[in-house]
Design a protein around this ligand. Sequence first.
Ligand code: F0G
Length: 437
Amino acid sequence: MHADLLCCNEACAAHYPITEVIYNCPACGGLLEAHYQGDPGNPWDLTGIWRQRRMSNEPIESSGVWRYRELFPFLDSPAHIVTLREGNTPLLKGARAAEYADLESVTFKHQGFNPTGSFKDNGMTAGASQAMRLGMKRVACVSTGNTSASMAAYASAAGLDPYIFIPNGNIAYGKLAQALEYGAKTFQVDANFDQILALVRVLSEKLGIYLLNSVNPFRIEGQKSIMIEMLDQLDWVVPDWVVLPGGNLGNVSALGKALRELKQWGFIDHLPRIAVVQAAGSSPFYCYMNAPEGAAFVPDTHPETLATAIKIGDPVSWPKAERVIRETNGVVEFATEQEIADAKAIIGACGIGCEPASAATLAGIKKLRARNVITKSDRVVAVLTGNVLKDPDYIYRYHTGQLKAPDDIPIAPNFGNRPVVVANDFDQIAAMLEHGR
Ligand code: F0G
């Protein structure tokens, strides 16, 4: 299969070489994406090869991204691959979460098991590998936290210099700590994500720094592996729904591209429905998709949510995401701060855990189930995008009744689990345990 870059805008459909450093089409402004001529081979043969690779100790074979490389063959040499053995993330059943959402069962695809604790690693391994192939020395991103943690790790592992731009005071400490520990030059900018992205796009172009935000088409290629691996783990039986949180909308674009290609190449014969869930205070895509036909996309200039990972008002990939929702007969839902916090505690009580943005999935599923958009027996897979330890401050505040929404309204610890302060006294502790407290 041969790769070249194609403009996303089908009316334009301009092609550019795969080695050109561009993210938007110079002709029409649309986001570019990788396009492949031909097909990757017989699905039956390939799925067998992928299974065998799992048993290998070779880094590239055992990576849950590069194992599937026939479906994103944009590199010309495996020597450029930068891998930390990403992917290989589990499918986990959550009985209590299913009961909470009134479903027979729900499955979580937990991307928090990745090397830096989020789904970003699936895309970053691909973006960093392309940076190596192009001979880049410096890489940059703006981030609500996870992209920066991931980019810092992959860049440092590859010997590239990472430059990170984050909204000052608005990312979870676990993520900031990772960026510092992995050795990234970190700029905390007094602006929101959308404003900083505009700045960093100009900076990277003028200074010749490779941009590794999700506007980078190779990040999207790597992220396709989330869907490919999920279907592999489901023995290629397509679920009824795949549910994910939406921020900049790169992930839904990647998962949708994977589905489109898997169907085109004969791996699946139909598509699951995709549901994207946004935080209520940061939901421009929800508003757009639920507005009357013909309404324009209106960015939110003051996005607000405690789920800082998805605090984005002007998502760059909304046109691609719209295409995915339409192609999959999908839906876009929103969840309030209280709904996200409660759903997160339920996922935690399953022994699974995730960061706030990820919990928007279960909150959205519960609402879609209540309206019977999702039926009780539907097979639902929710993508948990980040690890529970990314944002411990949020957890402590919720369980101790101190969590407040951005508008200062207290969030009730409906499923709270307050720690108990006790004296170092055997009788007192034994009495408490006897009474089940
Ligand atoms: N969940 C988590 C944990 C995230 O970190 C993000 C995005 C999303 C969901 C939304 O994904 O943007 O592809 O729609 N985080 C980016 C970052 C923006 O900078 O780490 P999306």
